[in-house]
Every structure is written in C-alpha cells, then in structure tokens.
Ligand binder design. Structure first.
Ligand code: PRP
Length: 212
C-alpha cells in the first residue's frame, strides 16, 4: 500500500485542515489529536501527517519529504515554490491587504515604510505601481508597527478584520484574496499518481458535499 505524507500547517489553518481531511477519510484518533507528536499516522495507515510552520509546508513538499501539503496561498505567493497546486480549498479564506492608521498612509520621507511578514509580496505590489518603499520585515504582530510609527503602513493578512479594528487600522487596499491550497510534490504526482489522485478526488467530493 502506498503511503502518502501530508504536511499540515500548524496554527490558524490547522483545525480546519484536520476537519476537512477527516471528512475526506484521513482521520486521526482522539489520542493522536491530543498528542504533541509532530509526525503521526492516520487511522487507516494510508497517510502520515507532519505538523510544521506554515512557511515550511512548501519546503517539505518541494524537497519530497512530504508528498503533499495544505497551506495558504499567502505563503505560496511569498515563497513561489516549485510544486503543483492542483486544488484550491474552501478553508482559510482571507485577504492580503495594505493597511494603516490613516488613509492615505503618511509618507513624509518620500519613501513609504512598509512593515510586513510578506516582503516579496509587498515588494511586488508596490514595485508594480512604481512606489518606492522601504521594507521592514517582521515575524508577527505587524499591526503594531503602524500604530507605534515603525512603518507608514503594513502589508498583512486579514481574516475577520478584528485585529485591524481593535488596533485602530483600516484597509487601504486589497492586494489579493487567499485561501488554502492542496499542493503536491512534482515527483510524487507522477510516482504516486493513484494515491494522490484518490486523495484529490475525495477532497473534491468533500467540498462539493459541504457546499450543498
Ligand atoms: C494574522 C495576521 C493578523 C491577524 C488577522 O496574524 O497577521 O495579525 O492574523 O486576523 P483577523 O483579521 O481575524 O483579526 P496571526 O494570528 O497569524 O499571528 P501573528 O501576528 O503572530 O503573525
């Protein structure tokens, strides 16, 4: 029996990912679910799930350590990995936006200071408009940079909008929509075609049934 390794993004997408996989036949026992193990088998024994930081999902899949993975489009846009993206999933919907405490953002120095966890996405966005920016790369709590004056604006992910609202920021511009994607290693797609195809089909059927 071919076993597939699936990389799961820890954090905000994790619960929705595990719910979707469970409905698609990749179920974890309650004991496994409550454990802190980072690599586990599903109940059927057909799948091994590994739990990694979102930005590391494409790394494991691209290198073939994981055959496939589930990760936000925001992460894929940032790292542009060499892998296949056969399926967009109906989980993890959010937007990547420019936000600031004032609209238009203050830009006293002639160079817009932009704080973000997504430096490449931000550079592409402002570059395509010919806007000169100084990128300030942060790892989290990006909204604070705008509030405390480290940056004129931020490029960040917005899901419910609560973090922006509660910190006095508003959306200046939506850069793009994001949702989770099912991604597959190029070699696995060929060499484990049947197993990968079966999983894709069952994810598709699950999403169709959910939409009904
Ligand atoms: C993300 C994002 C925003 C927040 C948006 O951060 O960077 O801060 O979620 O969500 P909301 O619109 O539902 O309020 P995350 O929670 O991943 O943590 P981080 O700040 O450590 O990156």
């Amino acid at each position: 029996m071919t076993q597939l390794t699936i990389a799961i993004a820890k954090g905000r997408l994790q619960a929705e990912t595990l719910d979707l996989l469970s409905l698609a036949g990749v179920g974890l026992s309650s004991e496994t679910l409550s454990s802190r193990r980072l690599a586990v088998k599903d109940e059927s024994g057909r799948y091994r799930l590994i739990f990694v930081k979102p930005a590391d999902v494409p790394v494991y899949v691209e290198h073939g350590i994981a055959d496939c993975g589930i990760v936000g489009r925001d992460v894929l846009l940032e790292s542009e990995p060499d892998l296949l993206q056969p399926l967009s999933l109906n989980i993890g919907a959010c937007r990547i936006v420019v936000a600031a405490t004032q609209n238009p953002p203050a830009n006293q120095l002639g160079i817009l200071r932009v704080a973000t966890k997504y430096p490449r996405t931000a550079a592409r966005h402002f570059g395509s408009r010919g806007v000169a920016v100084e990128l300030i790369q942060l790892s989290g709590s990006v909204e604070l940079a705008s509030v405390l004056g480290l940056a004129d604006c931020i490029v960040d992910l917005v899901e419910t909008g609560k973090t922006l609202q509660e910190n006095g920021l508003s959306i200046v511009e939506v850069i793009t929509e994001s949702a989770a994607r099912f991604v597959v290693n190029r070699a696995s797609y060929q060499l484990k075609a049947e197993a990968v195809g079966r999983l894709i089909k069952s994810l598709e059927e699950t999403m169709e049934a959910n939409d009904r």
